[in-house]
Design a protein around this ligand. Structure first.
Ligand code: FAD
Length: 398
């Protein structure tokens, strides 16, 4: 096999899936992760369609089923806390009942890492320079000594540094939706048991949930902004959230005060990545780094799993001929990515300023629940179709 030594940047869902399949196909992957340990915190994510089949082929599907969230019921409330709708958590999360799965992101990463067994990890480090030659890619790290790898794969998320080093600045590829997202832990003062609460108001969305494995609850906030918000300073991010939600009603005063105590405050803007090519020479991107779909699509994790499987499989089928493999990867993945990225467009329109979003919210709070369920079921059908829009090859194990 040619080009066996492969460096993967990022030990998230895409990086771990890729390392698993590369190893199984006879390659020798090394993972470099900027955090000192595997990032095991996080929010709940959905798994659907072809990603479920890949997880079965990895032998970890049953473990994921066992550790899926226990959240079964979703309650929508209004400004005064009055229940305006109730539905199953699956329907609310656009999941196909009894088929699709929801799991905390960190638990999925731990399961994936255990399935990987022994590979080389460089935790607490990051790539700072890449230079390609006929022999391979010379990689300089922030901490470790420089090394040469046959191939380098960027699985380092929305703000990928491999993408910046090999392809150029993020703003060339990023399509901002003008929507910010924040997730943080709060005390379970709402007494949630296997339930989640959603509170919608024009341009603002709040979801509070508590999984059985957690002692505390999590609050997830999304809101639209009129002008781009770029600050990476958590204090400024928190001040923005306070301004946006201060007169929102419901339980927001308590949630905002808990936000300031939260040990795991997360904030980002929702952006998709659109690139004319995902590879250059020996370097290629996978997952959010190449084609982030945003949390509004609900498909970021499943698309990352599919992309990692296809990339590893194409490399195996091409016996390490990276030019051939990267071409095959793009050809198979492009239509699938396009369909899944399109899922975010409707949610983005609802979140944006203007009549449309206000109208949808008014309608949702006055409609009988059967009509609401009808529209939710339509969304489930559309998402299921996109999640299955890829024929999985059976790559032979080397
Ligand atoms: C609030 C929220 C809710 C979400 N909900 C859903 C959902 O319901 N369904 C869904 O499918 N998806 C959801 N997603 C999106 C989902 O988490 C990602 O799309 C998916 O996990 C893709 O993973 P990834 O491995 O490509 O990137 P990431 O999960 O971002 O992983 C990237 C990894 O690279 C590491 N890294 C970053 N920079 C460097 C560097 N310079 N050097 C080394 N390592 C680096 C990071 O620490 C991280 O471990 C949500 C995301 C958020 C933020």
């Amino acid at each position: 096999m040619k080009n066996k030594n492969i460096l993967i940047s990022g030990a998230g869902v895409a990086g771990l899936t890729l390392a698993y399949w590369l190893k199984r196909f006879g390659f020798c992957p090394t993972l470099v992760e900027k955090y000192p340990t595997l990032r095991s915190g996080g929010y709940k994510i959905d798994l659907r369609g072809v990603a479920l089949e890949i997880l079965k082929r990895m032998g970890i599907y049953l473990q994921i089923v066992e550790q899926r969230t226990a959240i079964r019921q979703a309650i929508c409330v209004d400004k005064g806390g009055r229940r305006v709708a109730e539905m199953s958590a699956d329907l609310c999360g656009t999941r196909l009942e009894g088929v699709d799965l929801e799991i905390m992101r960190g638990n999925l990463c731990v399961i994936m890492r255990e399935a990987l067994h022994d590979i080389e990890y460089l935790f607490g480090d990051s790539i700072v320079n890449l230079s390609e030659s006929a022999e391979g890619v010379r990689v300089e790290f922030e901490k470790a000594a420089p090394r040469t790898f046959d191939l380098v794969i960027g699985a380092d998320g929305l703000h990928s540094s491999v993408r910046r080093l090999a392809f150029g600045e993020e703003l060339n590829f990023s399509k901002e939706f003008g929507v910010c997202v924040s997730v943080f832990s709060i005390p379970n003062f709402l007494g949630l048991k296997a339930a989640e609460i959603e509170y919608h108001s024009p341009r603002r969305f709040v979801n509070v949930y508590c999984d059985r494995l957690d002692a505390s609850a999590k609050a997830a906030l999304a809101f639209s902004v009129d002008s781009p918000f770029c600050s990476r300073d958590p204090r400024e991010q928190k001040r923005l959230i306070e301004r946006v939600f201060e007169s929102s009603g419901w339980e927001m005063p308590r949630i905002l005060s808990a936000m300031n105590e939260a040990p795991d405050f997360f904030f980002d803007t929702m952006a998709q990545i659109h690139m004319p090519r995902w590879s250059t020479g020996r370097v290629v991107l996978v997952g959010d780094a190449a084609y982030s779909a945003t949390p509004m699509s609900g498909q970021g994790t499943s698309v990352a799993i599919a992309g990692a499987y296809v990339l590893a499989g194409e490399l195996a089928e091409a016996h390490g001929d990276y030019a051939l493999a990267y071409g095959g990867y793009e050809k198979l993945m492009r239509p699938f990515v396009k369909q899944n990225q399109a899922l975010a467009a409707m949610s983005a329109r609802i979140m944006k300023k203007g009549r449309y979003g206000e109208w949808v919210h008014k309608l949702a709070s006055t409609l009988p629940s059967t009509v609401l369920h009808y529209f939710k079921n339509l969304a489930v059908k559309r998402t299921t179709k996109a999640a299955n829009a890829l024929s999985l090859k059976n790559y032979s194990v080397g």
